[in-house]
Design a protein around this ligand. Structure first.
Ligand code: PLP
Length: 387
């Protein structure tokens, strides 16, 4: 039998985060700071609205571009947020931002095309590019430079195959929010080299310092930027799998083919849930954000007081990406030993970027309540002191 499988799929690694969780199942009283998923449940009013709509017949395929009511509400919300003139032809509903990433790569890339991204970056980007036949080219940043990319490093990473620039602000895993000058620099770079920009903005409403602006607002960007967003993080709706993409019509009119051939349409009751979340009261979601602010502040303060640890306080998201001397030699071995000795799960830094950037770093997701987070900090501190 010929057991050859696709060369786009077989080299991909299995999720390091999920494999840490599997290892942890052998232990008791584990505190998981591993998975990037809000610990809050979707508010009841959202679930009730989705069930009610399902009872009233919202159980059929939606249009591939998305449910008409959700599309209208999103266009209003996005126009109000950025001031950009988004129209019907610019918007597609996706099955989470993951699906948006896959669809935009499938639409943009041909075999061997390259996508630049400042690193540390979301560990799944490499797979999204590879599945489309492309190649992710991480551009190293440094802890010392606040994980902000420099123009020189971006220029040095360009090749004739570079097709796109992928950015993620606020950033998973660093919690960094790009300031206005960085966005200006990246926009100018993209225009000069005629690159499409993919702007992953799934954490744009979980911001504690400054403002998460979209690069699409910069001159020359509206016609070359695809913004990806999602209900997963901001609305605690990871399991509903609803996201969206906003971009120029020359890309979106082709990208809809990928949606149509992959999922036909995102689940209709799920889209109705997203509509209810968008139109409902903001208070529960603001409360989630405030909880992430308190937690990340608490964890950063505790970590910075531990021996051999330095940690930037995140400006957004619910992640921290501390540098830990004890993890310098091997961040996976560190994470496994911490799990074994103290039953805390952190994610080793290596899936998030090149060695130069992530050496000694681990990612913590503040997705447990403050009591459990304090307990996790006590355990990490004890581990580092007794190691
Ligand atoms: N982009 C980033 C930076 C993420 O951290 C995640 C999830 O962890 C996603 C995209 C995908 O989110 P979803 O597919 O749930 O919308």
């Amino acid at each position: 039998m010929n057991t050859k499988l696709s060369s786009h799929v077989t080299p991909l690694r299995f999720s390091v985060i999920r494999s840490m969780l599997e290892k942890a199942s052998a232990y008791h009283d584990v505190i998981s700071l591993s998975i990037g998923e809000p610990d809050f449940d979707t508010p009841a009013f959202v679930c009730e609205a989705a069930m009610k709509d399902a009872e009233h017949g919202y159980t059929h395929y939606a249009a591939s571009s998305g449910d008409a009511d959700l599309r209208a509400a999103l266009l209003d919300a996005e126009r109000a947020k950025s001031g950009l003139p988004w129209q019907e032809e610019h918007l597609l509903i996706t099955s989470g931002a993951m699906h948006g990433l896959l669809a935009v790569m499938r639409t943009l890339l041909d075999e061997g095309d390259e996508v630049l991204t400042p690193a540390p970056c979301f560990s799944d980007y490499q797979g999204h590019c590879a599945l489309a036949g492309g190649r992710l080219v991480p551009v190293a940043t440094s802890f010392e430079n606040g994980f902000i990319p420099t123009l020189d490093d971006m220029e040095a990473a360009l090749t004739p195959k570079t097709r796109a620039l992928l950015i993620n602000s606020p950033c998973n895993p660093s919690g960094v929010v790009f300031d206005a000058a960085t966005l200006d620099m990246l926009a100018d770079f993209a225009v000069r080299h005629d690159l499409v920009v993919i702007s992953d903005e799934v954490y744009d409403s979980i911001v504690f310092q400054g403002k998460a602006e979209s690069i699409a607002t910069r001159p020359g960007m509206f016609e070359r930027t695809v913004v990806l967003n999602s209900f997963s993080k901001a609305f605690a709706m990871t399991g509903w799998r609803v996201g969206y993409a906003l971009g120029p019509s020359w890309i979106m009119k082709e990208m809809i083919k990928v949606l149509s051939y992959s999922v036909a349409s995102t689940g209709t009751p799920n889209q109705r849930a997203a509509l209810a979340a968008l139109k409902g009261p903001r208070a529960p979601f603001d409360a989630f954000r405030d909880a992430y602010r308190r937690r990340t502040h608490l964890a950063a303060e505790r970590l910075n007081a531990m021996p051999g640890v330095r940690c930037l306080e995140p400006a957004g998201t619910f992640y921290l990406f501390p540098h830990i001397e004890a993890a310098e030699q091997d961040s996976l071995a560190f994470a496994l030993d911490l799990l074994d000795k103290e039953q805390v799960i952190v994610v080793p830094g290596f899936p998030f970027g090149p060695e130069k950037t992530v050496k000694g770093c681990v990612r913590l997701a503040c997705t447990v309540d403050e009591n459990r987070l304090s307990e996790a900090m006590d355990r990490i501190e004890r581990y580092l002191k007794t190691r």
